[in-house]
Design a protein around this ligand. Sequence first.
Ligand code: ZN
Length: 387
Amino acid sequence: MSLSSLVRFAQQQISRQQLIHDRQIPPPAYSRLPQEVMEPSTVGDEPTISRSEIPVWLRNPASEIVPFEEGMIPEFETDESIAVTRLTDVLSGTFQKVGLFPDALAYYLPYHFYADGVWGIYVWAKGIVELACQIKGSTITRTDVAELLAAQSLLLDHEYFHSLTEAAATRAEIVTQSPIYHPYFHDKRSATHEEAMSNGHAYRQLVKINKSFGGAVGSWMDRQGVGYRDFRTFLKNRMFIKGRNECGRNIVGNSPPGRAVGSLPCGFLFKGHSRVAVPTYLVVEEEIAPFVYKRFQKFNDMAIRVHSREHPPPHFHIEMPPGVERTRYIWPELQPMKGDRKLSHKEEDRLREYLARFGAEIHSRLARVYSAHSLTVPPLHLENREI
Ligand SMILES: [Zn+2]
């Protein structure tokens, strides 16, 4: 079952007309009817937390909200030394202010409470930079792309697990035809466990891509609050599956009337959607705009990058497929750099198609990077050809 049909069911059959259209408004409170009161939990005095509040940066109406596409990468646009100075200014003191945990740097607004166009994952651009500094152990520079990408996917994956949990609750709602996510959302023990699992999931994904950051990220998470810091329990495959089962039981346990769920196998609720199915946004404040995100244009299974600080001659990097650097070509001659490989005829056709779309933008970017050169624009039209 697709995520969109789960969303439609939850919004139309469960939430009805109560959807919120404003990111600044917190999720509605929930009070149980007396007959819904659950059996007192046998776990008893384990510490629990409430859901974290909507962060200030998400409530700031001046922030720009940009749809995030897979493949977008954080990048400094300005001269490196300026970027670092400005960045240090921007970051000074903010660690204390926002607190060090994922939901202060990214946030998930559930579709049970928020309308289409509002619900989804929000990532704070400045938060990515902060976390990247945390991972590196010092201020990052333009070249620390690996740290920035790790920080970005860590935050995305944490919030993605929240979204998987909401979808799991929706599946239970379809079976019972009654609201479950709402009471589950406000249940502190469930929320605490969900944070541990979200961090566990994010950590597991991170070390798959880049093992070397595991230590720094692990100690960052160790310093977080109750729930968050319990991620280590769920790192092994077997334990993660167990933890997901428990998440499922917390969901089922919140179906009215509350019933003891014992050791019911509930992990099946989690057969999930992919992260790209979840609407995702970047929240960008004006002061960070100079460092931020250029769309990593993908088209024809290729992408072109222009690095902000490069040696002459003016050139661009060609990735085929996106993410895999194939060669570098000189602008505007469209010939390989000395020693770099030449594309095949077929590949050059693809390059021409790409440039017919994005050539003007690439040219103006190159003109900025190589401002000492006076660059001409190569012919970018495709003759006798339909795009
Ligand atoms: Zn979280």
